[in-house]
Write a protein that binds this ligand. Structure first.
Ligand SMILES: [Zn+2]
Ligand SMILES: [Zn+2]
Length: 370
């Protein structure tokens, strides 16, 4: 029997409510998923508190959540690579009834649904599709609910040794995979990561897994740096200055050399400065953090050092890599989950996430599974 489809709906800026919505039916090539774990992302909190991120404005009620996993509960037509939960009553005798339940496939959900037809999609860079429909980016509903429908090819079956929470964490991890791939972090790389939040930490783990020789990470929060060290950072630098040159000098001094790659995950202008000043001539500065639309940066320094400044939008074809890295133990994202709430406690969970304490807040949507 299905539970009511409790959904975390952002009605308007500042107004997040649990509502019962109809249980969606999967269409062709889609699956219905009984949701299990949904991580709260900075963007979810932002839409709730500010009602907008850049050009994306909440104009109509929208379900939040895009870092998620669950169990396939219904198949649409044409889906053959996933299986659904089956309840079979196979044996009935005077003394007992033997009921067999085959669980449905556990899956992680890649939240961006591209058009599949444009040149970006056809070229394999579907994250750049102008028509992409991304969970919990207005006006598209997210997956913080009990039942959700998604294209089956964007649902990745989790092997037995990968948990639902790890499945949900594939989303931020895929950002790290994409960023390290685009910035060409490789064996022996010296990497500088600005910001030790969840994205900085997944970039750190992916960089190490790709063979980076040394990773230095910076933050303004000492506790985060302590945690980054536990997650594998070789060097940490506590940022106390807004002067990018000063921070760059500290990074170079502590690292013993200029980094080949800098991955900016803080969105702070001074960190972009630090990245440009610190990066080795001929290196790469990867912009992952989203700050102000117009930034003043030492462009001439970047140009004269041939430091390539590259952008990063989410991920494309990175989920399978992220999943393989978790399944094989090359990365361990489990420690990122610092707090857990039930779907019923969504508001509490958001209030907590807003404070910026902890690392990743996870919401469990499934009543039956812990
Ligand atoms: Zn996210
Ligand atoms: Zn497209």
């Amino acid at each position: 029997m299905s539970e009511p489809n409790i959904s975390a709906v952002l009605l308007e800026k500042g107004n997040l409510k649990l509502e019962e919505r109809p249980i969606p039916k999967p269409g062709k090539n889609e699956v219905q998923i009984a949701m299990h774990s949904v991580g709260i992302c900075g963007s979810d909190v932002h839409f709730w508190t500010d009602g907008a991120i850049g050009p994306f404005v909440v104009k109509a009620p929208m379900v939040l959540g895009h870092e998620s996993s669950g169990t396939v509960s219904e198949l649409g037509k044409g889906v053959s690579h996933l299986k659904v939960v089956l309840h079979l009553t196979s044996v009935e005798t005077d003394c007992f009834t033997f009921t067999c339940t085959c669980p449905g496939d556990r899956v992680a959900i890649e939240p961006g649904v591209p058009c599949r037809y444009c040149s970006a999609c056809k070229g394999g860079r579907y994250n750049l599709c102008p028509e992409v429909k991304f969970c919990a980016t207005p006006p598209v509903d997210g997956s913080l609910c009990r039942y959700y429908v998604h294209p089956a090819d964007l649902c990745f079956k989790l092997p037995d040794n990968v948990s639902y929470e790890e499945g949900a964490l594939l989303e931020p991890l895929s950002v790290g995979v994409h960023a390290c791939r685009r910035s060409e972090v490789t064996i022996g790389s010296k990497v500088f990561i600005c910001g030790a939040g969840p994205i900085g930490l997944v970039c750190l783990q992916v960089a190490k897994a790709r063979g980076a020789a040394q990773v230095v990470i910076t933050d303004i929060d000492v506790k985060r740096l302590e945690f980054a060290r536990q997650m594998g950072a070789d060097v940490t630098v506590h940022v106390t200055s807004r002067d990018g040159q000063e921070v760059a000098d500290q990074v170079v001094q502590r690292l013993g050399c200029h980094p080949d790659v800098t991955i900016e995950c803080s969105g702070a202008e001074s960190s972009i400065h630090a990245g440009i000043y610190a990066t080795q001539p001929g290196g790469v500065l990867m912009i992952v953090g989203l700050g102000r639309r117009l930034a003043t940066i030492p462009l001439l320094d970047a140009a004269l050092k041939e430091v390539d400044i590259r952008g990063n939008l989410r991920y494309a074809n990175d989920y399978p890599t992220a999943l393989a890295m978790i399944a094989s133990g090359q990365v361990n994202v489990k420690p990122l989950v610092s707090h857990r709430y039930s779907l019923e406690q969504t508001l509490e969970a958001f209030e907590f996430a807003k404070k910026g304490e902890g690392i990743k807040v996870m919401i469990h949507c499934d009543k039956n599974k812990a």
